[in-house]
Design a protein around this ligand. Structure first.
Ligand SMILES: *Cc1c(COP(=O)(O)O)cnc(C)c1O
Length: 402
């Protein structure tokens, strides 16, 4: 066939938008255009001998049970691996299942974890509270200075875990510098890349060993399902990560994998639009008299602007806003909004605002909150797909009420 020589048959040669529409697609004998949902738990085999060979791992790509092998989930994993530039990926029931797998699959009792202090609540709980219960000690450091990681490393450190930009204050961690420190000590670097998205930051290219996402956020991006994924080299993914998934079973359902595949079709388009708006909102609020500062990675006022330019191709769909006049001002602003919803979710088509001190970070002590910049006047805004003029008008109205 003439198509056989078309170089675009190689999906790695395609642009991100094309990859997200076609990548990883597999058609059943019915040749459906949209990806099929395989809602089956098991598979039958043509013969006992075939089943025997399949269980011996002699039939590559074969499926034997949907806890760890399902065609719809495979398609989602392959599409995500393409955008990440990863060799392989494994999907999970939620972002937290993915993070827990990525960390716990790499350690055993007696090992040590180093992580940045500024982490998504659940991630911090896994590192700080759960891991030590199973004999894995952890040290949390201020992630802004890579030397803090170097100082915390021990001979038994097996994992370094970071999130960048961080939630909710959009601080950055220098991925390349921390990867070098981790590797010099024989540890693996795991990066939670939710806040920058797979489009704007490529942790694997900067030296990370595993990248994790909550697919609940920008991948679905329309508030429907939970999901997560771990991506990296074939050796790590098909080894410990796959085994942990297979044996502990925090599996992504085929239906949710299908919703996420549909989400990926518009991923590039949505994130580009949301980032355009986030930049405009950041600019509009930066000089407002009732705002003490905005925090946005690609805004020149960001304390780590140089690093942001170096490791992220664009800012983020999120920004933080600190109001003069503390919590009351933050509540008044939020409670005056008509378009932007009060919600702790993020990466959604709907713009969402949250007051971290009283919601996502309420579990921490005030001291721990202040250490990571969660002040009483701080709000986190996830910019959605509404027209940016409406978002700015909504925020300006809210600020007038303060
Ligand atoms: C939401 C989130 C998670 C957890 O994902 P779930 O899908 O809610 O389990 C982990 N890390 C970051 C940065 C997140 O924003």
């Amino acid at each position: 066939m003439s198509r056989d020589n078309n170089p675009l048959l190689d999906p790695t040669k395609l642009g991100a938008a094309t990859q997200m529409v076609h990548g990883g697609g597999k058609r059943s004998p019915f040749n459906e255009t949209s990806e099929a949902i395989f809602l089956n738990s098991g598979y039958s085999y043509p013969s006992s001998e075939h089943a025997e060979e399949l269980f011996q791992g002699k039939i590559p790509g074969a499926h034997n049970y949907s806890r760890f092998a399902n065609p719809t989930v495979d398609m989602f994993q392959e599409r995500m691996a393409l955008i990440e530039g990863a060799e392989a990926g494994r999907a999970f029931a939620s972002g937290m299942a993915a993070v827990t797998n990525a960390i716990m699959s790499q350690v055993r009792a007696g090992d040590h974890i180093v992580a940045a202090k500024a982490l998504f609540g659940g991630c911090r709980y896994v590192v700080e509270d759960y891991a030590p219960r199973f004999g894995v000690e952890s040290t949390l450091v201020d992630g802004r200075d890579p030397q803090n990681f170097a100082r915390a490393m021990r001979p038994n450190t097996k994992v370094v875990f970071i999130e960048t930009p961080t939630n909710p204050t959009l601080e950055l961690v220098d991925i390349k510098a921390v990867a070098e420190i981790a590797h010099a000590h024989g540890a693996k670097l795991i990066v939670d890349n939710v806040f920058s998205t797979a489009l704007y930051q490529k942790p694997l290219q900067l030296g990370a060993d595993l990248v994790v996402y909550s697919a609940t956020k920008h991948v679905d991006g329309q508030g429907r399902v939970l999901g997560g994924i771990v991506l990296g080299s074939k050796a790590l993914i098909e080894g410990e990560v796959h085994t942990f998934l297979r044996q502990t079973g925090a599996t992504l359902s085929a239906f949710n994998a299908w919703v996420l595949l549909k989400g990926l079709e518009t991923y590039e388009l949505r994130i580009r639009q949301m980032t355009d708006s986030a930049e405009k909102v950041a600019e509009a609020l930066a000089s407002h008299s009732k705002v003490s500062r905005i925090i946005y990675p690609h805004h020149p006022s960001h304390p780590q602007y140089e690093l942001a330019k170096r490791q992220m191709t664009r800012g983020s769909t999120l920004l933080a806003i600190e109001l003069k006049g503390s919590q009351e001002a933050a509540f008044t602003l939020s409670d005056s909004l008509a378009v932007i919803l009060i919600s702790n979710n993020l990466g959604d088509a709907k713009s969402l605002i949250t007051h971290p001190r009283t919601t996502t970070h309420a579990r921490l002590t005030e001291e721990a909150r202040l250490e990571t910049g969660v002040t009483p006047g701080l709000l986190r805004l996830s910019v959605g797909l509404e027209s940016s003029d409406d978002l700015i008008a909504d925020l300006m109205f809210g600020l007038d009420q303060v």
